[in-house]
Design a protein around this ligand. Structure first.
Ligand SMILES: [Zn+2]
Length: 190
């Protein structure tokens, strides 16, 4: 049985972003064209996607993964592309972090995805997983470099935000680095 100390350690261990990309690639290899059907993939991986509102916290929470009940909650009032990102991110937690949380369901019954970005190791893994699930290198490469002015079109093809597409086109593993402050960004680049 895992002790609380071990769980804290598991939460703080350095992120393995290559593992996150590999896990995402394993789920997209059979698709020959974008967009990637993330909801379908989630259901195939045994987690049920539920669209819901979160009362007073609705503007702060994008979604969460309920490990115990195999359910993934998504904010029903978010924009569709943001919802797809939330599903992909939470699916990343379901696939990569289930063991950490299932060993201690009382301490960590759910893992909230806040609207505000987080740079914690497990969150960075989930973000990297989501970025590569939604935009697999294998499907992006034939379309790059994009003709001038087509980044928005590529974002439409993959059903992601323009910002996320720009970051993936720059080769970003960790798309969230752009959202962090300059100091943190520099830290990530070192
Ligand atoms: Zn998360």
């Amino acid at each position: 049985m895992t002790t609380e100390g071990n769980i804290e350690h598991s939460l703080k261990a350095p992120p393995d972003l290559k593992m996150a990309k590999r896990k995402a690639d394993q789920l997209t290899w059979l698709y020959s064209a974008p967009p990637i059907p993330v909801m379908e993939i989630a259901e195939m991986e045994g987690i049920h996607v539920v669209f819901a509102t979160f009362g007073d916290y609705n503007d702060k929470i994008a979604g969460y993964c309920d490990f115990k009940n195999s359910k993934l909650y998504v904010n029903a009032e978010d924009r569709p592309r943001r919802q797809l990102f939330t599903i992909a991110h939470e699916l990343g937690h379901w696939i990569m972090h289930q063991n950490i949380f299932s060993d201690n369901p009382d301490k960590y019954p759910v893992l909230l995805r806040f609207s505000k970005p987080s740079s914690s190791p497990r969150e960075r893994e989930a973000d990297t997983f989501a970025a590569h699930l939604l935009i697999p290198d294998r499907l992006l490469k034939p379309l790059t470099p994009p003709i001038e002015g087509t980044v928005a079109l590529l974002a439409d093809i993959f059903l992601v935000s323009v910002t996320m597409m720009e970051i993936r086109l720059r080769g970003g593993y960790d798309y969230r680095s752009t959202f962090l402050g300059r100091r943190n960004f520099r830290h990530l680049c070192q």
